[in-house]
Design a protein around this ligand. Structure first.
Ligand code: 5AD
Length: 348
């Protein structure tokens, strides 16, 4: 009989577990075992990335979205959402400010806004590329055609974030309207990787109807796909969505999964996300202590931040705000980690 400690050692050595063993780990609540998991993940993280924490300057540039994901506060059916779109000049100003603060990765994140055709988005990426040659440009703009991904890559984008949301097609169908399919999401992720992007996928923890088995499938998918980045955070209900009365995911489950993912993918770029910081006051620090090595503070103008409400009470001030980087540095130093000015590329 394998005990949980042995399972954790096995995961560290083999970087994968059979589905049934993932389920045992995911459902484990023994505090000693969970602390061992955390420490093991932290050791692995330090063997690859030391105690450095990479930062990404997040520019939320549009909250218009043609999609209607049932969990998301900026879904098209939410008529209560106040919509905004930054101009190219505003986007460049955000990037300029980010560069001045020490960010060397700019993340352009938005809803799937039909306004941002290739003809409009490509010149923005090109301008950023020319103006900030030493920065990585990350896009998080949803599902597009392979041709579009290729053109954006040619324009100078290096990385792409597109969460798979759940690796189980039935579960996917319960979270999304019919026109969105797991098959197309996976097609996008494969295209992005073929083209040469550093690719990030990920999922919500505790999303409605998610089971331990679904999470085990997510972990198996991560082990096979081997993304460069993985974004996970607790599901948090939004009052103007069909999931308003659903239970939120927990910080504890998210942290446990951050550690597990670090053991599956020792070199992965793993953010302690805003959702984790929102659900728990010291969530971000706990994430970093459990194997995460990236933080993505917000560079958007403050009125835009208030409107980019994917879920209720989404943090955009305090350590979430790029302008408070000095404080974030202190928070990280206090737990023994160091924020660095670096592109923070994936280490092969
Ligand atoms: N709670 C937590 N995360 C959410 N996202 C969208 N809505 C919510 C919510 N209510 C996440 C999705 C999406 C990313 C941009 O934000 O995983 O991919």
């Amino acid at each position: 009989m394998n005990n949980i400690f042995t399972l954790i050692d096995k995961l560290k050595a083999e970087r994968t577990l059979p589905k049934e063993e993932y389920i045992r780990l995911i459902t484990c609540t023994d505090p000693d075992a969970l602390e061992y998991l955390r420490q093991t993940a932290d050791t692995v993280r330090k063997s690859v990335y030391g105690n450095t924490v990479y930062i990404r300057g997040l520019v939320e540039f549009t909250n218009y979205c043609k999609n209607d994901c049932l969990y998301c506060g900026i879904r098209r059916s939410n008529t209560a959402a106040l919509r905004f779109r930054l101009t190219e000049e505003q986007i460049l100003d955000c990037a300029e400010e980010g560069y001045r603060l020490g960010f060397r990765t700019i993340v352009l994140q938005g809803g799937e806004d039909p306004h941002f055709t290739d003809a409009r988005l490509i010149p923005i990426v090109q301008t950023l590329r020319n103006r900030f040659p030493d920065c990585a440009i990350t896009l998080s703009v949803g599902e597009r055609s392979r041709k579009s991904y290729e053109a954006l890559f040619a324009a100078g984008a290096n990385r792409f974030l597109l969460r798979h949301e759940t690796a189980n097609a039935c579960h996917y169908a319960k979270l999304h309207p019919e026109e969105l399919t797991l098959a197309n999401r996976m097609r996008c992720l494969r295209d992005l990787r073929d083209i040469g992007y550093q690719v990030g996928c990920g999922f919500m923890v505790g999303s409605p109807w998610q089971t331990a088995e679904h999470i085990a499938e997510d972990l198996l998918f991560l082990g096979e796909f081997k993304p460069h980045m993985v974004g996970i955070g607790p599901f948090i209900p939004h009052r103007d969505t069909p999931f308003r009365d659903m239970a939120a995911g927990t910080a504890e489950d998210t942290i446990k999964l951050l550690s597990t993912i670090r053991l599956i993918l020792p070199n992965v770029l793993l953010p302690a996300t805003t959702a984790l910081g929102t659900i728990s006051p010291n969530g971000r620090e706990r994430g970093i202590l459990a194997g995460a090595n990236v933080i993505m503070p917000n560079l958007s103008p403050s009125d835009a931040r208030e409107k980019y409400m994917l879920y209720n009470n989404k943090l955009s001030s305090g350590d979430e705000a790029a302008e408070n980087l000095a404080h974030l540095k202190q928070s990280m130093a206090a737990i023994g980690y160091e924020i660095v000015t670096d592109r923070g590329d994936y280490k092969e």
